[in-house]
Structure formats: C-alpha cells, structure tokens
Design a protein. Structure first.
Length: 474
C-alpha cells in the first residue's frame, strides 16, 4: 500500500491540503461513493508519514467492509477511484484563478449576454494588470476571447474605421507571448553558457534583445523587463543590471509570481557568488539577497526548502559570523527540507556551528554521523570541515590522508564546475603548506605562506582561519 501512487501523492500534501481533500471527498458533487469517504477517514489515521506497518490493503478492506475474507479486486478499485479523485482535487486546487475567469468570460459571451460580458471583461482586464501573467498567455487569451465576442456581435466594422483596434490585440499579445518566452529561454541558456558550455549558440539572442529594446517593450511590461535585465546581467556581468533588478524586486515583489521570484533570486545570488569568487567584497550583498529569498519566497510557500538554497544561505551566514542567526535558521528551516536531505544537512550544519564555537570533538561527531551523501554539495564540504577539525585536534596524519583523498576526488568528479574545483584546490594547496609548517622551523617559509594568504586576491575558503593558524605557529 505504501508504494502505491495514491500514497506517493498524499505524502506530498501539506496539512491544509490534506484537510481540504477530505472536504472534497465528502462533497456529493464530486463524489457519490460513500466508501471513498470512509476510505479517507482510514487514511487520515496514517497521515502524514503513511509508514505504519498496519497500512495494508488487507487491513483497510477489513475496516471498511468488516469481513475477514479480503476481495482484492474491490480494494484495487477503491484505490484507483481515490487516486482519480485526488488527481481531480489537485487539478482544481492548482488551477490559475484567471484561467477560471477566462473560461467564465468565454461562456458568458457564447450566451449572448453582451452587457454582462462587457462588465466581466473590464474586471478581468483590470485583474491582469495587477497579477503576474504566465509569459503573457492570459493576456493573449483575453484578447482572443474579446475579438471572438466582437465578431459574434458583428461589431468589428464601424463607419469610421475598417476595424476596431481591439481586432488586432490578439496579434500584439501573441508577439509579447513569443518575446517573453524567448527571453525566458535566452536567460536560461545564458546561464548554461556561463556555467556549463561556453560554446553554446543561443538562437535569436541579438534579434530578440534588439527588438525588445528598440521598441521599448520592457518599459511597459514588468515581466519582460525582469527577463531582459536578467539576461543582460548574466551575459554582460554588469552590476548596474544587478542593482536595478534588486530595486525593482523590492518595489514590485507583490506583482511577481513565486516561480519568477525563485528564478530572479537564483540569478541575483549567482551574480553575487561570481563576484565573491572573483575576489570582490560582495558577501553582505549576497546575504541580503538570500534573506529576500527567505522573506518573499520561502515564507510564502509551503513547498519543501530547496537543498541548494538552504546550504548556500547557511554557509554564507556562517562565513559572515552570524552564528546566532545560523542556529535559528537551521532550527526553523531544517524541518522544511526533503527528508532524504535532512540526514546530511542537519548534522553538517550543526558541525559547522560546533566548529565555530570551538567544540571540535562535537563537530567531528556530527560529521561522523553522515554515512551517505544525498547531495553533491556535502562530500566536498564535509571533507573541508574534517580537514580543519583534524588540524584543530592535532590529528595531522588523518588530515594528510583526507587531503590526499580530496585531491583524488576532485580529479575524478565530473559534476563540480572548474571554477569551484579551483577554489577547493586553492584551499588544499594552502592547507598542505600549513601542515608542513607545523613541523618546520624555517620562518621564511612561514612568512611566505602568511604573505600568500593575505595577498591572494581571489576567493579563498577559510582565509581568516588560515591567517589565525599561521599566527599561532611558534
């Protein structure tokens, strides 16, 4: 039973959605099978984990029918019906309210209720000016419905004009639909080109950007402006687009959808990260962006916390010395991670905090509890923290072994980008010199290492820690 599609979907429902589904099942409009209502009440006993060994088809059947002899065909039918009902519920729950309004408007138009149509049309149009449109699809649909209604009412032709301007609105909105989708794809491909494949040729890049800017389409359309500026920020690496996007978001976040917010925050964060890796003091700026992400995305959705974002925000806060903030962050948001990531994220985060508080034994204990790596981030990060912890505990032989295995890992790893590999390699290079300095009486070598750490312009992991350890050498 636990492996059924029905249970897999139910596991993804939050408590509010699960309660709403119960009301849906008990509605005679959507469900006339009383056994399904009873089935829901039985399933409710196992929510939210659905991992109880008593959750079996046989036990559920006996509860529903009070018979010892189980008719599996009946049970399979009930599961199938409940799954179909659940899929219908999710479709209705997640439908765009504007899509419902458009369907209603089209229906009213087909009923020849022209005055009512005009009122509803104005309301929907006003609503669209305040809402984030799905790359202009709703505006295109509205224009198309209005034109169809005009033709039905035979109002296309007038004495003064060959046709009304509204007749052309679907064409104009369709052009915007094309341009917005092209800009979205261009922005996506620009990220791929920047981070994965420099030789990627982006179709219509110059043509689309030139058309939008020449006709100043982005000045009247918030979504188009966001996409255009993100694309130019990624490709031109220009701070002015970064700060303009940040300003726009702070002023207009109410009109930006959650999906667009997530995409924008990711691009702004990546821009900051590239600046930091290149040696620019952009950490506080990046921390500000990530807290905007928490406030305007994570706090507004009940979806699980993306593991990449969770790690980045935590590590940046710790790098800036915000230990109290980090403890609250892990406590507050760790439970919102997908379960498969918690066994890595929580002990690693706690280990980082223990290390900062100089509880090195506790830090090593937390790291030792991580048996399998559920995300690409953790293996290198755990090794880095192990190296620092071994050094603090004076376990230099173990430190040397881990540093050598880390070098081998970087050589074989195909998922980590060359930029990040370079950052890790720089850390290992300095770390091995630090280990060597422990057993060296040559002050020239120690001073040379100190100078290398202090003058290295590009980003160096644990720079302050290295400086502290060098200064502790005799």
């Amino acid at each position: 039973m636990q492996k059924s599609n029905l249970i897999k979907i139910l596991l993804k429902l939050n408590s509010s959605e699960f309660k709403s589904f119960g009301k849906f099942v008990n509605s005679p409009y959507f469900n006339t099978n009383k056994k399904l209502s009873e089935f829901y009440e039985e399933l409710k006993k196992y929510y939210p984990a659905f991992d109880d060994l008593n959750l079996t088809k046989e036990n559920i059947f006996r509860k529903l029918y009070g018979q010892d002899k189980v008719v599996m065909g009946t049970m399979y039918f009930l599961i199938s019906e409940m799954e179909a009902l659940l899929e219908k519920f999710l479709s209705i729950e997640r439908i765009d309210p504007v899509a419902l309004d458009l369907s209603m408007l089209k229906t009213i138009g087909s009923m020849n209720l022209n005055k009512l149509f005009d009122v509803k049309y104005r309301n929907v149009k006003k609503q669209l000016t305040k809402a984030s449109d799905n790359y202009n699809l709703n505006n295109f649909m509205l224009a198309n419905i209005n034109r169809a209604n005009m033709i039905e009412r035979k109002e296309s032709l007038t004495k003064k004009d060959v046709f009304k301007k509204e007749w052309l609105e679907p064409v104009n909105e369709l052009v915007k639909l094309f341009l917005k989708n092209m800009l979205w794809n261009i922005s996506l491909f620009s990220n791929f080109k920047k981070h994965l494949n420099e030789k990627l040729d982006i179709p219509f890049y110059n043509e689309v950007l030139s058309y939008v800017e020449t006709n100043k389409l982005h000045e009247k359309d918030l979504g188009m402006k966001l996409l255009l500026y993100q694309t130019k920020m990624i490709n031109d690496n220009d701070e002015k687009y970064y700060f303009e996007l940040k300003r726009i978001f702070e002023d207009s976040h109410r009109f930006i959808s959650l999906d667009d917010t997530q995409e924008l925050m990711a691009n702004l964060n990546n821009f900051c990260m590239k600046k930091v890796i290149s040696g620019f003091p952009f950490q506080e700026e990046q921390f500000e962006i990530q807290n905007l992400f928490l406030k305007h995305y994570i706090e507004k959705t009940e979806d699980s916390f993306p593991i990449d974002a969770f790690n980045q925000i935590f590590m940046l806060g710790m790098s800036l010395g915000k230990v109290k903030w980090a403890k609250d962050y892990v406590r507050r948001y760790g439970k919102r991670l997908e379960e498969k990531f918690r066994d890595n994220a929580l002990p690693y985060s706690n280990a980082v905090i223990y290390f900062r508080e100089k509880q090195f034994g506790q830090a090593l204990k937390q790291l030792s509890s991580i048996k399998n790596f559920s995300h690409i981030f953790y293996k290198p990060s755990v090794k880095l923290l192990q190296l620092k912890t071994y050094y603090e505990l004076g376990l230099y032989a173990e430190a040397a072994d881990v540093s050598n295995s880390f070098i081998q890992f970087l050589r074989n790893d195909r998922l980590t980008t060359s930029d990040i590999k370079k950052v890790y390699s720089d850390f290992i290079g300095i770390y091995k010199k630090l280990l060597s300095a422990q057993f060296s009486a040559d002050r020239n070598k120690i001073n040379s290492l100190k100078h290398e750490i202090e003058t290295k312009r590009k980003f160096l992991i644990a720079r302050n820690w290295f400086k502290e350890k060098i200064n502790e050498l005799p």
